[in-house]
Design a protein around this ligand. Structure first.
Ligand SMILES: Cc1ncc(COP(=O)(O)O)c(C=O)c1O
Length: 379
Protein backbone atom coordinates (compact mmCIF):
# COMPACT_ATOMS: atom_id res chain seq x y z
CA UNK A 1 0.00 0.00 0.00
CA UNK A 2 1.17 3.60 -0.71
CA UNK A 3 0.56 6.69 1.36
CA UNK A 4 -2.22 8.96 0.10
CA UNK A 5 -0.03 11.72 -1.31
CA UNK A 6 -1.55 14.93 0.11
CA UNK A 7 1.44 16.49 1.88
CA UNK A 8 4.21 18.43 0.09
CA UNK A 9 7.21 17.10 2.07
CA UNK A 10 10.77 18.13 2.82
CA UNK A 11 12.99 15.18 1.95
CA UNK A 12 13.94 14.73 5.63
CA UNK A 13 12.88 12.22 8.30
CA UNK A 14 13.10 13.47 11.89
CA UNK A 15 14.41 10.80 14.22
CA UNK A 16 14.62 12.38 17.66
CA UNK A 17 14.34 15.67 19.48
CA UNK A 18 15.30 17.54 22.64
CA UNK A 19 14.07 20.98 23.70
CA UNK A 20 14.05 23.27 20.65
CA UNK A 21 16.24 20.91 18.56
CA UNK A 22 15.48 17.92 16.35
CA UNK A 23 17.83 15.51 14.56
CA UNK A 24 17.24 13.73 11.27
CA UNK A 25 18.01 10.10 10.47
CA UNK A 26 21.51 11.12 9.27
CA UNK A 27 22.23 12.75 12.64
CA UNK A 28 21.96 16.33 11.34
CA UNK A 29 20.75 18.82 14.01
CA UNK A 30 18.06 21.43 13.31
CA UNK A 31 16.83 24.44 15.29
CA UNK A 32 13.05 24.06 15.49
CA UNK A 33 11.25 27.39 15.06
CA UNK A 34 8.16 25.50 13.83
CA UNK A 35 7.43 23.23 16.82
CA UNK A 36 5.87 20.60 14.54
CA UNK A 37 3.18 23.17 13.61
CA UNK A 38 2.80 24.90 17.01
CA UNK A 39 2.34 21.57 18.76
CA UNK A 40 5.53 21.22 20.82
CA UNK A 41 4.80 23.57 23.71
CA UNK A 42 7.22 22.43 26.42
CA UNK A 43 10.03 21.25 24.13
CA UNK A 44 10.73 17.88 22.54
CA UNK A 45 11.04 14.95 24.96
CA UNK A 46 10.91 17.02 28.15
CA UNK A 47 11.99 14.57 30.90
CA UNK A 48 8.99 15.33 33.14
CA UNK A 49 6.59 14.79 30.23
CA UNK A 50 8.31 11.54 29.18
CA UNK A 51 8.25 10.25 32.75
CA UNK A 52 4.56 11.11 33.28
CA UNK A 53 3.49 9.55 29.97
CA UNK A 54 5.60 6.44 30.52
CA UNK A 55 4.27 5.94 34.06
CA UNK A 56 0.65 6.35 32.90
CA UNK A 57 1.13 3.96 29.98
CA UNK A 58 2.48 1.34 32.38
CA UNK A 59 -0.61 1.77 34.56
CA UNK A 60 -3.55 2.37 32.20
CA UNK A 61 -3.43 3.87 28.70
CA UNK A 62 -7.14 4.04 27.98
CA UNK A 63 -10.54 3.40 29.39
CA UNK A 64 -13.79 4.78 28.01
CA UNK A 65 -15.94 7.73 29.06
CA UNK A 66 -18.44 5.33 30.67
CA UNK A 67 -16.60 5.44 34.01
CA UNK A 68 -15.15 8.21 36.20
CA UNK A 69 -11.74 9.36 35.06
CA UNK A 70 -10.11 11.20 37.99
CA UNK A 71 -7.38 12.51 35.67
CA UNK A 72 -10.02 14.43 33.66
CA UNK A 73 -11.35 16.08 36.83
CA UNK A 74 -7.85 16.97 37.96
CA UNK A 75 -7.02 18.39 34.54
CA UNK A 76 -10.23 20.47 34.50
CA UNK A 77 -9.37 21.89 37.94
CA UNK A 78 -5.76 22.67 36.99
CA UNK A 79 -6.61 24.12 33.57
CA UNK A 80 -9.37 26.35 34.99
CA UNK A 81 -6.91 27.75 37.48
CA UNK A 82 -4.04 28.16 35.00
CA UNK A 83 -6.10 30.05 32.40
CA UNK A 84 -8.43 32.03 34.68
CA UNK A 85 -11.67 30.25 33.72
CA UNK A 86 -12.42 28.32 36.90
CA UNK A 87 -16.19 28.78 36.45
CA UNK A 88 -16.19 27.25 32.93
CA UNK A 89 -16.87 23.58 32.06
CA UNK A 90 -14.55 21.30 30.10
CA UNK A 91 -15.25 18.87 27.25
CA UNK A 92 -12.29 16.84 25.96
CA UNK A 93 -11.77 15.63 22.40
CA UNK A 94 -8.83 14.74 20.14
CA UNK A 95 -8.06 17.37 17.49
CA UNK A 96 -8.48 21.05 16.77
CA UNK A 97 -11.12 20.51 14.10
CA UNK A 98 -13.10 18.31 16.47
CA UNK A 99 -13.00 21.02 19.16
CA UNK A 100 -14.37 23.61 16.71
CA UNK A 101 -16.95 21.14 15.37
CA UNK A 102 -18.27 20.61 18.90
CA UNK A 103 -18.17 24.34 19.68
CA UNK A 104 -20.33 25.12 16.64
CA UNK A 105 -22.71 22.27 17.46
CA UNK A 106 -23.08 23.41 21.04
CA UNK A 107 -23.73 27.00 19.91
CA UNK A 108 -26.47 25.76 17.59
CA UNK A 109 -28.02 23.52 20.27
CA UNK A 110 -27.99 26.61 22.53
CA UNK A 111 -29.77 29.19 20.37
CA UNK A 112 -31.34 26.98 17.68
CA UNK A 113 -29.74 28.96 14.82
CA UNK A 114 -27.57 27.84 11.89
CA UNK A 115 -25.69 30.88 10.52
CA UNK A 116 -21.99 31.36 11.35
CA UNK A 117 -19.78 34.42 10.88
CA UNK A 118 -16.10 33.79 10.30
CA UNK A 119 -13.08 35.87 9.31
CA UNK A 120 -11.64 36.27 5.86
CA UNK A 121 -8.44 34.08 5.77
CA UNK A 122 -9.73 32.02 8.74
CA UNK A 123 -8.58 28.45 9.33
CA UNK A 124 -10.59 26.28 11.72
CA UNK A 125 -9.86 22.71 10.57
CA UNK A 126 -11.01 20.16 8.04
CA UNK A 127 -14.11 18.44 9.40
CA UNK A 128 -17.58 19.34 8.19
CA UNK A 129 -18.46 22.58 10.05
CA UNK A 130 -14.86 23.50 10.86
CA UNK A 131 -13.91 23.40 7.18
CA UNK A 132 -17.03 25.33 6.19
CA UNK A 133 -15.90 28.08 8.58
CA UNK A 134 -12.45 28.00 6.94
CA UNK A 135 -12.01 30.68 4.26
CA UNK A 136 -10.34 28.44 1.68
CA UNK A 137 -12.61 27.16 -1.11
CA UNK A 138 -9.91 24.65 -2.20
CA UNK A 139 -10.46 22.50 0.90
CA UNK A 140 -14.26 22.83 1.15
CA UNK A 141 -15.75 19.80 -0.61
CA UNK A 142 -19.17 20.20 -2.23
CA UNK A 143 -20.66 18.13 0.60
CA UNK A 144 -19.35 20.71 3.12
CA UNK A 145 -20.56 23.79 1.21
CA UNK A 146 -23.83 24.17 3.08
CA UNK A 147 -24.09 27.98 3.07
CA UNK A 148 -23.96 28.37 6.84
CA UNK A 149 -20.98 30.71 6.84
CA UNK A 150 -20.41 34.36 5.91
CA UNK A 151 -16.77 35.56 5.90
CA UNK A 152 -16.14 39.14 7.00
CA UNK A 153 -13.05 41.40 7.29
CA UNK A 154 -10.78 41.63 10.34
CA UNK A 155 -11.01 44.72 12.56
CA UNK A 156 -13.88 46.32 10.61
CA UNK A 157 -16.89 46.04 12.90
CA UNK A 158 -19.60 47.54 10.67
CA UNK A 159 -20.23 44.53 8.39
CA UNK A 160 -20.33 42.30 11.49
CA UNK A 161 -22.85 44.62 13.11
CA UNK A 162 -25.10 44.50 10.04
CA UNK A 163 -25.12 40.67 10.05
CA UNK A 164 -25.37 40.12 13.82
CA UNK A 165 -28.20 42.62 14.24
CA UNK A 166 -30.35 40.53 11.89
CA UNK A 167 -30.75 38.29 14.96
CA UNK A 168 -30.29 35.00 13.09
CA UNK A 169 -26.56 34.39 13.66
CA UNK A 170 -25.77 31.29 15.67
CA UNK A 171 -22.07 31.95 16.32
CA UNK A 172 -19.09 34.11 15.57
CA UNK A 173 -15.83 32.15 15.40
CA UNK A 174 -12.51 34.01 15.55
CA UNK A 175 -8.78 33.35 15.93
CA UNK A 176 -7.58 36.45 17.82
CA UNK A 177 -4.23 35.93 16.08
CA UNK A 178 -4.75 34.27 12.72
CA UNK A 179 -2.19 31.52 12.10
CA UNK A 180 -2.69 30.11 8.61
CA UNK A 181 -4.10 33.56 7.71
CA UNK A 182 -0.66 35.13 8.20
CA UNK A 183 -0.29 36.29 11.85
CA UNK A 184 -3.02 38.92 11.66
CA UNK A 185 -4.22 40.23 15.00
CA UNK A 186 -7.70 41.23 16.10
CA UNK A 187 -7.82 44.60 17.90
CA UNK A 188 -9.27 45.07 21.38
CA UNK A 189 -11.82 47.54 20.00
CA UNK A 190 -13.02 45.03 17.38
CA UNK A 191 -13.31 42.11 19.82
CA UNK A 192 -15.05 44.22 22.47
CA UNK A 193 -17.48 45.44 19.81
CA UNK A 194 -18.18 41.82 18.77
CA UNK A 195 -18.68 40.85 22.41
CA UNK A 196 -21.31 43.60 22.87
CA UNK A 197 -23.12 42.64 19.63
CA UNK A 198 -23.14 38.95 20.58
CA UNK A 199 -24.45 39.73 24.08
CA UNK A 200 -27.29 41.85 22.69
CA UNK A 201 -28.47 39.13 20.28
CA UNK A 202 -27.73 35.84 22.13
CA UNK A 203 -25.09 35.06 19.51
CA UNK A 204 -22.34 32.73 20.74
CA UNK A 205 -18.79 34.12 20.65
CA UNK A 206 -16.21 31.37 20.01
CA UNK A 207 -12.47 32.02 20.24
CA UNK A 208 -10.38 29.44 18.40
CA UNK A 209 -7.21 29.38 20.54
CA UNK A 210 -5.92 26.21 18.89
CA UNK A 211 -2.81 27.88 17.49
CA UNK A 212 -2.59 31.21 19.35
CA UNK A 213 -3.55 29.85 22.79
CA UNK A 214 -1.96 27.81 25.56
CA UNK A 215 0.69 30.41 26.41
CA UNK A 216 1.97 31.05 22.91
CA UNK A 217 1.00 34.75 22.82
CA UNK A 218 2.61 35.55 26.18
CA UNK A 219 -0.73 35.21 28.03
CA UNK A 220 -2.58 31.93 28.48
CA UNK A 221 -5.04 32.93 25.75
CA UNK A 222 -4.52 35.45 22.95
CA UNK A 223 -7.97 36.96 23.62
CA UNK A 224 -6.76 37.87 27.13
CA UNK A 225 -4.74 40.69 25.54
CA UNK A 226 -8.03 42.16 24.29
CA UNK A 227 -10.24 42.47 27.37
CA UNK A 228 -13.01 40.00 26.45
CA UNK A 229 -14.33 36.64 27.67
CA UNK A 230 -15.69 34.35 24.91
CA UNK A 231 -18.61 31.97 25.50
CA UNK A 232 -16.65 29.03 24.09
CA UNK A 233 -12.89 28.57 23.76
CA UNK A 234 -11.23 25.82 21.71
CA UNK A 235 -7.69 24.56 22.37
CA UNK A 236 -5.53 21.76 20.93
CA UNK A 237 -1.94 21.60 19.57
CA UNK A 238 0.30 22.39 22.60
CA UNK A 239 -2.16 21.05 25.19
CA UNK A 240 -0.40 17.66 25.45
CA UNK A 241 2.88 18.46 23.63
CA UNK A 242 2.10 16.26 20.64
CA UNK A 243 -0.14 13.57 22.08
CA UNK A 244 -3.45 14.10 20.19
CA UNK A 245 -5.82 15.98 22.47
CA UNK A 246 -8.10 19.01 22.33
CA UNK A 247 -10.56 20.76 24.57
CA UNK A 248 -13.64 22.93 24.55
CA UNK A 249 -14.02 25.40 27.44
CA UNK A 250 -17.70 26.15 27.98
CA UNK A 251 -19.20 29.14 29.83
CA UNK A 252 -21.63 28.48 32.68
CA UNK A 253 -24.55 29.67 30.55
CA UNK A 254 -24.46 26.33 28.66
CA UNK A 255 -26.18 23.51 30.52
CA UNK A 256 -24.96 19.97 29.74
CA UNK A 257 -27.45 17.46 28.35
CA UNK A 258 -26.62 13.76 28.74
CA UNK A 259 -25.57 12.23 25.45
CA UNK A 260 -25.62 15.49 23.45
CA UNK A 261 -21.83 15.46 22.92
CA UNK A 262 -19.55 12.45 23.13
CA UNK A 263 -16.38 10.75 21.93
CA UNK A 264 -14.58 7.43 22.30
CA UNK A 265 -10.99 8.61 22.71
CA UNK A 266 -11.50 12.15 24.09
CA UNK A 267 -9.89 12.80 27.48
CA UNK A 268 -8.38 9.33 27.77
CA UNK A 269 -5.98 8.55 30.60
CA UNK A 270 -2.79 8.89 28.60
CA UNK A 271 -3.86 12.21 27.06
CA UNK A 272 -4.76 13.62 30.49
CA UNK A 273 -1.42 12.50 31.95
CA UNK A 274 0.35 14.32 29.10
CA UNK A 275 -1.78 17.45 29.54
CA UNK A 276 -1.17 17.53 33.30
CA UNK A 277 2.59 17.18 32.75
CA UNK A 278 2.45 20.06 30.24
CA UNK A 279 0.72 22.29 32.81
CA UNK A 280 3.33 21.31 35.44
CA UNK A 281 6.14 22.34 33.10
CA UNK A 282 4.45 25.55 31.92
CA UNK A 283 4.06 26.58 35.57
CA UNK A 284 7.41 25.40 36.95
CA UNK A 285 9.43 26.87 34.09
CA UNK A 286 7.32 30.06 33.73
CA UNK A 287 6.94 29.35 30.03
CA UNK A 288 4.20 31.90 29.41
CA UNK A 289 6.48 34.67 30.72
CA UNK A 290 9.28 33.16 28.64
CA UNK A 291 7.10 33.29 25.50
CA UNK A 292 6.37 36.97 26.17
CA UNK A 293 9.98 37.88 26.90
CA UNK A 294 11.81 35.85 24.24
CA UNK A 295 9.06 36.63 21.70
CA UNK A 296 9.40 40.39 22.08
CA UNK A 297 13.20 40.06 22.12
CA UNK A 298 13.10 38.11 18.85
CA UNK A 299 10.65 40.51 17.23
CA UNK A 300 12.70 43.56 18.21
CA UNK A 301 15.91 41.93 16.94
CA UNK A 302 14.22 41.09 13.62
CA UNK A 303 12.96 44.66 13.32
CA UNK A 304 16.29 46.24 14.32
CA UNK A 305 18.30 44.19 11.81
CA UNK A 306 16.45 45.80 8.86
CA UNK A 307 16.94 42.54 6.93
CA UNK A 308 16.71 42.58 3.13
CA UNK A 309 13.29 41.53 1.74
CA UNK A 310 11.58 41.85 5.16
CA UNK A 311 8.66 44.27 4.88
CA UNK A 312 6.87 43.51 8.18
CA UNK A 313 7.47 41.65 11.44
CA UNK A 314 4.32 41.12 13.49
CA UNK A 315 2.91 38.90 16.21
CA UNK A 316 2.67 38.37 19.94
CA UNK A 317 4.88 36.22 22.14
CA UNK A 318 6.22 33.24 20.22
CA UNK A 319 3.76 33.53 17.32
CA UNK A 320 5.60 35.69 14.82
CA UNK A 321 5.12 36.46 11.14
CA UNK A 322 7.97 37.72 8.96
CA UNK A 323 6.50 39.08 5.75
CA UNK A 324 8.81 39.27 2.74
CA UNK A 325 8.51 41.28 -0.48
CA UNK A 326 9.07 38.02 -2.42
CA UNK A 327 7.75 34.45 -2.00
CA UNK A 328 9.22 32.71 1.07
CA UNK A 329 9.59 29.36 -0.73
CA UNK A 330 13.29 29.41 -1.67
CA UNK A 331 14.34 31.09 1.57
CA UNK A 332 12.41 28.60 3.70
CA UNK A 333 13.97 25.69 1.83
CA UNK A 334 17.46 27.18 2.20
CA UNK A 335 16.84 27.74 5.92
CA UNK A 336 16.20 24.01 6.23
CA UNK A 337 18.84 22.70 3.83
CA UNK A 338 21.73 25.15 4.41
CA UNK A 339 21.14 26.58 7.89
CA UNK A 340 19.27 23.63 9.43
CA UNK A 341 16.36 25.66 10.77
CA UNK A 342 12.68 24.73 10.54
CA UNK A 343 10.10 27.51 10.17
CA UNK A 344 6.43 27.55 9.24
CA UNK A 345 4.82 29.70 6.57
CA UNK A 346 1.57 31.46 5.61
CA UNK A 347 0.18 32.43 2.22
CA UNK A 348 2.98 33.01 -0.30
CA UNK A 349 5.23 35.59 1.36
CA UNK A 350 5.17 35.13 5.15
CA UNK A 351 7.47 32.97 7.27
CA UNK A 352 5.64 31.91 10.44
CA UNK A 353 7.51 31.15 13.67
CA UNK A 354 5.82 28.80 16.17
CA UNK A 355 8.69 27.45 18.31
CA UNK A 356 8.43 25.56 21.59
CA UNK A 357 7.72 28.00 24.44
CA UNK A 358 11.11 27.04 25.90
CA UNK A 359 12.99 29.01 23.20
CA UNK A 360 15.94 30.96 24.67
CA UNK A 361 17.38 34.33 23.68
CA UNK A 362 20.48 32.46 22.44
CA UNK A 363 18.23 30.35 20.16
CA UNK A 364 16.57 33.57 18.96
CA UNK A 365 19.98 35.13 18.20
CA UNK A 366 21.02 32.01 16.31
CA UNK A 367 17.84 32.18 14.22
CA UNK A 368 18.32 35.87 13.36
CA UNK A 369 21.88 35.21 12.24
CA UNK A 370 20.80 32.23 10.09
CA UNK A 371 17.89 34.10 8.55
CA UNK A 372 20.21 37.00 7.78
CA UNK A 373 22.62 34.61 6.06
CA UNK A 374 19.96 33.34 3.61
CA UNK A 375 18.32 36.72 3.01
CA UNK A 376 21.60 38.59 2.50
CA UNK A 377 23.02 36.00 0.17
CA UNK A 378 20.06 36.41 -2.19
CA UNK A 379 19.64 40.18 -2.50
C1 LIG B 1 -6.49 28.02 14.39
C2 LIG B 1 -6.64 26.57 14.07
N1 LIG B 1 -7.84 25.99 14.25
C3 LIG B 1 -8.04 24.67 14.00
C4 LIG B 1 -7.01 23.88 13.53
C5 LIG B 1 -7.26 22.42 13.23
O1 LIG B 1 -6.59 21.62 14.13
P1 LIG B 1 -6.36 20.05 13.79
O2 LIG B 1 -5.41 19.99 12.65
O3 LIG B 1 -5.78 19.50 15.08
O4 LIG B 1 -7.69 19.48 13.49
C6 LIG B 1 -5.75 24.45 13.32
C7 LIG B 1 -4.63 23.62 12.78
O5 LIG B 1 -3.66 24.09 12.26
C8 LIG B 1 -5.56 25.82 13.59
O6 LIG B 1 -4.38 26.42 13.39
Amino acid sequence: MFLFDVYPLFDIAIDHGKGCRVWDTDGCEYLDLYGGHAVISVGHCHPHYVEAMTAQLGKLGFYSNSVINPLQKEFARRLGKACGYEDYQLFLINSGAEANENALKLASFHNGRTRVLSLERAFHGRTSLAVEATANPKIIAPINANHHVTYLPLNDLEPWRREIEKGDVCAVIIECIQGVGGIRMASAEFMQGLRRLCDATDTVLICDEIQCGYGRSGKFFAHQHLGIRPDLITVAKGIANGFPMSALLISPKFKPVFGQLGTTFGGNHLACAGALAVLDIIEQEHLIDNAAEVGSYLMSRLQAEALPHVVDVRGRGLMIGIELDVPYKDFRTRLVKEQHVFTGCSGTNTLRLLPPLTLTKADADEFVQKLKAVLTDNQ
